[in-house]
Design a protein around this ligand. Structure first.
Ligand SMILES: Cc1cc2nc3c(=O)[nH]c(=O)nc-3n(C[C@H](O)[C@H](O)[C@H](O)COP(=O)(O)OP(=O)(O)OC[C@H]3O[C@@H](n4cnc5c(N)ncnc54)[C@H](O)[C@@H]3O)c2cc1C
Length: 315
């Protein structure tokens, strides 16, 4: 069954095909909304994921994405989960990383996506065990970075619509925002048609990344990745995991009520809603919500954004 959110387009040869994310972005008649999920690790996780998708699918996302784990068993889970998602009719993006895989294993994973009918791939380098600040060492029979992965996907599966990652706060292993912008432009030149950012909280970091990339003559659409702060502990974790800068006034307001979980959550959601509206005002082509396989925060945030921006589509 195709949901109402996966419209079809007529190709020049008269056949119909599902519109890709690139097609939707090119139409640009409204901002897109999308959700990221993680493949489940246990039976309990499976139920949590399906509960989240059951609650979020009625919001009519333009696409959903499924992250790719760093070891073999995770990889199989990603492929299984993505295969299932695609049968629901949702436009589904399968993530793919270069970590611990030879080129031939990557080609097999790409074939797996093709066979499952997953025609969107988010080409990501991945990190060494230990995280993004551990120096990256490519396998001799593998790939060095996401740009090479974009090329491999386009070569192996030319019909795939390929997305890539972007970093408004700068990549944690690089202190050079101009280099980050150049790398993003390289990924676009290699065939990437859209980018999704790491989570961030400072809108100027997003607008400045977009300006840097445009100054290089690159017009790849850059969709901001959004995750609200819903607990006090997240502030520290965001900084450690992804080098994300949380504005000092937001940290202060949350710290003031740190013992009151409901108040922390409310402040975090309101800040995220204001961020989303500001980004849309600045011309962001969509909002990609990091769900952590839970629906409540995303549903509440989406509803707050719609209250502030009634023209935002979706229920
Ligand atoms: C939207 C999004 C989704 C993600 N999904 C996943 C996932 O599913 N699974 C997962 O494990 N991780 C995921 N990550 C995390 C990601 O693996 C890390 O952020 C990783 O450190 C960078 O991946 P990348 O694709 O941006 O790498 P790249 O684009 O290859 O860049 C990474 C860094 O490598 C260096 N570099 C790359 N190319 C060059 C070059 N030509 N010259 C000099 N230096 C270079 C730079 O320091 C650059 O900042 C995701 C990140 C984002 C933003």
């Amino acid at each position: 069954m195709l949901s109402s959110t996966t419209p079809t387009a007529t190709t020049p040869t008269g056949t119909t095909s599902v519109e890709t994310i690139a097609d939707l972005l090119a139409r640009s008649d409204r901002p897109l909304r999308s959700f990221e999920f993680m493949p489940p690790r246990s039976e309990d996780d499976v139920y949590q994921l399906w509960r989240a998708t059951d609650a979020l699918v009625p919001l009519e996302p333009d696409f959903i994405s499924v992250t790719y784990g760093a070891n073999g068993s995770n990889r199989d889970r990603t492929l299984r989960c993505t295969r299932h998602m695609v049968t629901t009719g949702l436009r589904t993006v399968g993530h793919l990383t270069c970590v611990s895989q030879s080129i031939s294993e990557l080609e097999q994973a790409i074939e797996g996506y093709r066979e499952a009918g997953v025609n969107h791939i988010l080409a990501i380098r991945g990190d060494m065990p230990g995280g993004a600040t551990v120096p990256w060492v490519a396998r001799p029979d593998g790939l060095a970075n996401a740009t090479e992965l974009v090329r491999l996907v386009k070569r192996t599966y030319p019909a795939a619509c390929v997305g890539v990652g972007a970093f408004p706060d700068g990549h944690p292993a690089s202190n050079d925002l101009d280099l980050d912008a150049r790398i993003l432009a390289d990924k676009a030149a290699a065939g990437a048609e859209f980018a999704i950012t790491q989570l961030f909280f400072i809108p100027e970091h997003y607008t400045s990344l977009v300006a840097r990339v445009r100054a290089l003559g690159c017009d790849i659409p850059i969709i901001p990745g959004i995750m609200p702060i819903t607990s006090f502990g997240q502030i520290k974790r965001f900084g450690e995991l992804s080098g994300t800068d949380v504005p000092a006034d937001l940290v202060a307001r949350i710290t003031e009520v740190s013992e009151d979980r409901a108040a922390v959550r409310q402040i975090g959601l309101q800040a995220a809603a204001r961020l989303c509206c500001r980004l849309l005002d600045e011309g962001a082509p969509g909002l990609h919500y990091y769900t952590l396989n839970r629906s409540r925060a995303t549903t509440e945030l989406h509803s707050m954004v719609r209250d502030l921006r009634p023209e935002m589509p979706g229920r």
